[in-house]
Each structure stands twice: as C-alpha cells, then as structure tokens.
Write a protein of this length. Structure first.
Length: 147
C-alpha cells in the first residue's frame, strides 16, 4: 500500500512538473511573439492589434484589425491564415494585397545572417527558425483576440 501511495505521489509531482515546464515554454513563446509583434507589426496594426498603429493612416489598404480575427471567423482563430499572411512567401495574401512586408523572407534573411556572421552552427535548419518566429507571432496574435 505504501508503494502505491508513493508511486501516486510521484506521478502527481511529475505531472505537476511537466505542466509547469509546459507553461514556462508557453510563456517564453508568447514573450518572443510579443517582442516580434511590437518590433515588426505594431507600427501598422497597433499595440493591441486594432489596426491603429502610428503608420496606419499612411497605408493605401487599411491595416487589419487583428483583435477581431476570431470574431470574424465564427469564434475560431484562423491560425493557418494568420501564419500564411505573416509568412507571405507562398503567394497567399490574406490582406488582399502584398502591401504588408513578406516577413518570411525577412526572418529567413535574419536567420541566414545569424548563421553566417555569428558563428551559429551551419547545420542549423534556417527554415525551422523562420517557422518558430512566425508561430510565436501567431500564438501572440491569438492572445489579442477580443472576447
């Protein structure tokens, strides 16, 4: 009986540790996504994603209100559409134009530069770096959704 109780206690602790690690990883992803959003997206989309950034008035096509994406999609956040709009390298432009920068190209150039100039191992998969940066942005934009 004591062994079973000990095993159950260990399982609970392990489950708690895994949940804590998962939450810590999620927090890191969201912090990275927010930093990228603030640096690359907020200038047009605004800090809260409402399309009211400081350069929004200069755009010929209004900046998308990112905070209402789920609302406009029946309550479902359109992750793939957002990913493709940010990436922009596959010819699918959710904005209707290619006025928005093609961040996939920019992130790819950044990753290549880091590998070539900053002594990062050459076997690093640059496309995985690009994917990670875009996914962190997608996850962060999801947190901006209006209830």
């Amino acid at each position: 009986m004591k062994l079973r109780t000990l095993a159950m206690g260990a399982a609970i602790l392990l489950g708690s540790a895994v949940a804590t690690m998962a939450q810590a990883q999620t927090d890191v992803i969201l912090r990275l996504g927010k930093a990228q959003f603030d640096q690359h997206c907020a200038v047009c989309h605004g800090l809260q994603g409402a399309g009211d950034g400081p350069l929004a008035d200069l755009l010929t096509v209004p900046a998308e209100n990112l905070a209402t994406l789920a609302q406009r999609n029946g309550g479902r956040f359109p992750r793939l559409d957002v990913y493709q709009a940010i990436d922009g390298r596959r010819g699918i432009r959710a904005h209707g134009t290619d006025q928005m920068p093609i961040w996939g190209n920019r992130f790819n150039a950044d990753a290549l530069e880091a590998v070539l100039d900053k002594n990062i191992p050459h076997d690093v998969n640059v496309e995985e770096i690009v994917h990670g940066r875009i996914m962190s942005l997608v996850h962060y934009i999801e947190t901006l959704q209006n209830p």
